[in-house]
Ligand binder design. Structure first.
Ligand code: ADP
Ligand code: ZN
Length: 223
């Protein structure tokens, strides 16, 4: 069996996918590929992709599949992904999942595990509307304590709120998730790839749970 770590982080907006994805990627020494981060970088640099994606993102809608699939195809071709990767924020539709499978079939590196971070709607709305990010280190200022600080608790940098982290947009993002992304849960369940992790608790508690389950599910079959 292949021992490359190829995984997907799935879950609603605000589930903490990004935070946990960084830790998983570090532990398994694979690139962390976040479509949200790549898109935001393109928006900031006003690239052709960024200009096309911007209005969708601000309204909390999905960027069209063809743009995202091209972006991922390109990213996966970069050499660092040959030994594995962790996808965060992709796939978000059934069409994206199917396109991913086609891409990976060519490379003979199928997805090994899909981590679902499970968080209920009330908690999501609460988290997103109180989410502040650091301009300097990019990290989330919310340490899970609910305490609001003036500057970044990690580096002292200036804090800001993401354009799509507003109360109205959050509702739309949740609805988009339920309609378009949630069907992927069943899809990956059917392929026996789904690993559901309780996403409530401190950041360390959640990664503790996740690593324990990953070790069991993935390392036992591959190590
Ligand atoms: P969230 O915190 O909601 O999980 P992300 O940072 O992953 O958000 O993505 C932010 C926005 O970027 C999404 O609301 C969407 O507009 C766009 N986006 C990111 N990934 C995808 C994707 N795979 N397909 C379509 N749109 C995407
Ligand atoms: Zn910082």
């Amino acid at each position: 069996m292949d021992n490359r770590f190829t995984a997907i982080m799935l879950g609603p907006p605000g589930a903490g996918k990004g935070t946990q994805a960084v830790r998983v990627a570090e532990k398994y020494e694979v690139p962390h590929i976040s479509t949200g981060d790549i898109l935001r970088d393109n928006v900031a640099r006003e690239t052709e992709l960024g200009l096309k994606a911007r209005s969708f993102m601000e309204g909390g809608d999905l960027v069209p599949d063809d743009l995202i699939i091209a972006l991922i195809a390109d990213r996966i071709e970069q050499g660092d992904a040959d030994s594995g990767f962790l996808l965060d924020g992709f796939p978000r539709t059934l069409a994206q999942a199917v396109a991913l499978e086609d891409l990976l079939r060519e490379k003979e590196m199928p997805i090994e595990v899909v981590v679902l971070l499970d968080v209920n709607d009330d908690e999501i709305v609460r988290r997103i509307s109180s989410r502040y990010l650091c301009r300097d280190c990019g990290r989330d200022a919310n340490l899970g304590t609910g305490m609001i600080t003036d500057v970044c608790p990690h580096c002292g940098g200036e804090l800001y709120q993401r354009e799509d982290d507003t109360a109205e947009t959050v509702q739309n993002r949740l609805q988009v998730y339920r309609r378009q992304t949630a069907p992927l849960v069943e899809y990956y369940e059917g392929k026996n790839l789904l690993m559901k992790v309780d996403g409530i608790g401190s950041i360390d508690e959640i990664s503790g749970r996740m690593f324990r389950d990953l070790e069991r599910e993935w390392e036992s079959g591959n190590g």
